[in-house]
Design a protein around this ligand. Structure first.
Ligand SMILES: Nc1ncnc2c1ncn2[C@@H]1O[C@H](COP(=O)(O)OP(=O)(O)OP(=O)(O)O)[C@@H](O)[C@H]1O
Length: 582
């Protein structure tokens, strides 16, 4: 951490050292004055101002150095947070999936918190270390002999501590590993709280057989680790007392020192008890923070090889000019594979050969697990193809231009996330458009736009999906992708989506890709591509419709029958989007 601090600002770090040195001089001065005051013939009146000066010097400089170091360490932590956030966003989505959300969350929360806690004790540890160093200098000035003995003992004690500390550190590493498991279980608890509340047997099993063993294991490992630390710390303290005893009682018999030196030495050693205790007490925190920092660095290293470091948007859009005769979007023999489990064969999507022209409305259909979402992730540039080529306007997509490529898309995923903030809402135009879309999608009585944010996102699933559509519309990108958007909508909104919103987008020249199981609306599509076990075929709408009929029975079919049975879809409260400025 100290390394990070001086890398952060060398001049500030040097200033901290200078100010901390003043604090050390202040402390040594206090001891020196006290020891002088007890020697024969000292003028107490003359010593008093000196004593108060050193007290004040120590107070101000110690506080100053602690404050400076605090701001440096907080800057390091703040940077760490922001850098990690940026790196996560630069990491290919597939890599993030492989790393696992629980691990990422544990590092972004628990490890950063541990580093923050260490950053809090760091200033006092640093100030105490400087005080110890200055006092050692003072001892050297008093007597080289005492200093040499003190150093020898200090070195022996320090080395013993260094080796002994490996033992609790190893245990604390295990504690940290166990924390990942604890976090994983808490994620399951929060995500599955409804299911657990509905089923008491499952809830009891979850608490007794999943959470309790991992929590108990964590407790045991933590107690072992911290217990070992307590032992090592107390041994360190005792070693220091032993050093005091040897210097005060054994060494004079062997190498006598003047009385004044012994008095000052006694005061100095007593004075040093506090800073040395401070340092020893903080060592477990510092050790834990070095484990946490190692995990953060490991994560950064894991993220780094995949990051699209060169794909920033500062350069001109390489896809801006279309190659003559090149299709708008082209997939040429694209493959993507998910590794299978040991007893499972890997899922392979491909070869995908597909050309999409600007302004087309394409439906992607197929049974569950056939690869629709995987194809969508490839289309959006969120998965990298293992083989084959994707081209936009005739320009092949690679790691250097992938960030630009993604800026051509807006998507509403099946498991979408809704942000409160409306991007660019400080522009009157975007705020107004957001209000119009909310109105058009029948949400204006529930949600407003205030200070650049939606007033609420706590709505029903279908309503939230409509809000996601509003956010997507506001992005105003050339290509829109909707992954089963209509699945949560009531029949009236389904109709609005397929019969009004999609054609409206098409009229505006947008390319629209819709993943859908709604065969009643397949006639809205210009083209339908069908996926079956990762193989893509293009078939006429009617054939695809039959395919879906064969694949999906039950609820979906029942839902569609609402339309086929001629259920009157009377005019709803929905205003067609074409009435807005879309
Ligand atoms: N993160 C993943 N890791 C490993 N395999 C995956 C992953 N995501 C999907 N798969 C596999 O890829 C296959 C295709 O999944 P995909 O999500 O693309 O299907 P889909 O057609 O969108 O299905 P649905 O209609 O159910 O949404 C699945 O059979 C699944 O086994």
């Amino acid at each position: 951490m100290l390394r990070d601090m001086y890398r952060q600002s060398l001049s500030s770090f040097l200033l901290v050292i200078i100010v901390a040195l003043c604090a050390g001089i202040g402390g040594a001065g206090v001891v020196h004055t006290i020891s002088k005051s007890v020697s024969n013939g000292a003028s107490l009146r003359a010593l008093a101002p000196q004593f108060f000066f050193f007290c004040l010097l120590q107070l101000l400089s110690k506080t100053g150095s602690q404050f400076l170091l605090m701001s440096l360490s907080q800057e390091v932590v703040c940077r760490l947070r922001i850098d990690l956030c940026r790196k996560v966003l630069l990491t290919p989505h597939r890599k993030l999936e492989t790393l696992g959300k629980a691990r990422l969350q544990a590092i972004l929360t628990a490890d950063i918190t541990t580093v923050t806690q260490a950053a809090q004790v760091m200033p006092s540890v640093f100030a105490s270390t400087i005080v110890i160093a200055v006092c050692m200098g003072y001892i050297a000035w008093l007597s080289w002999w005492v200093f040499a003995c003190f150093c020898a003992l200090f070195l022996c004690g320090g080395s013993a501590y260094y080796f002994a500390e490996r033992w609790p550190r190893k245990r604390m590493r295990k504690v940290r590993e166990q924390l990942d498991t604890v976090y994983e279980h808490f994620r399951s608890l929060l995500a599955g709280s409804r299911e657990l509340q509905l089923n008491e047997v499952r809830a009891k099993y979850f608490v007794d057989h999943v959470v309790t063993p991992s929590a108990r294991n964590f407790r045991t490992l933590f107690l072992r680790g911290m217990g070992a630390y307590s032992l090592v710390d107390n041994a360190g303290n005792t070693l220091f007392y032993l050093t005091i005893g040897l210097l005060l009682f054994v060494m004079p018999a062997w190498h006598p020192q003047p009385g004044s030196v012994m008095t000052t030495l006694t005061f100095l050693l007593l004075f040093l008890i506090q800073p040395i205790t401070d340092v020893l007490t903080a060592l477990p925190f510092i050790s834990q923070s070095s484990i946490a920092l190692a995990r953060i660095r490991q994560l950064e290293a894991d993220l780094m090889p995949g990051t699209e470091a060169n794909s920033q948007l500062s350069t001109a859009d390489p896809f801006a000019h279309a190659e003559a005769n090149a299709p708008f979007l082209r997939f040429a023999s694209v493959y993507h594979q998910f590794p299978g489990l040991s007893d499972d064969r890997p899922f392979m999507l491909g070869p995908v050969d597909l050309s999409i022209e600007a302004g087309e409305l394409i439906f992607v259909v197929g049974g569950n697990g056939s690869g629709k979402t995987t194809l969508a992730m490839l289309l959006l540039g969120l998965y990298e193809p293992e083989r084959g080529r994707i081209e936009l306007n005739g320009v092949p997509v690679d790691r250097q231009n992938i960030a630009h490529y993604r800026q051509h898309f807006s998507a509403v995923f099946a498991d979408f996330h809704l942000f409160d903030e409306i991007l660019g809402a400080d522009h009157q135009d975007i705020g107004d458009r957001a209000t119009q879309y909310l109105d058009a999608l029948g949400l204006s009585h529930k949600v407003k736009v205030e200070s650049g944010r939606f007033t609420t996102t706590s709505l029903s699933t279908g309503q939230r999906k409509r809000m996601a559509l509003v956010s997507s519309y506001l992005e105003d990108r050339p290509v829109y992708l909707f992954d089963e958007w209509a699945a949560d909508q009531d029949p009236a909104f389904k109709r609005v989506f397929y019969r009004e919103l999609l054609p409206e987008l098409k009229r505006r020249g947008k390319t629209v890709i819709v993943i859908s199981h709604d065969d009643a609306y397949f006639d809205c599509a210009d083209r339908i591509v069908t996926l079956s076990e990762g193989t893509l075929t293009e078939a006429p709408a009617a054939a695809s419709s039959q395919f879906i009929h064969a694949e999906s029975e039950g609820s979906e079919r029942a839902a569609q029958s609402i339309y086929r049975n001629g259920q009157p879809l009377t005019k709803t409260a929905v205003k067609p989007l074409s009435n807005t400025q879309a």
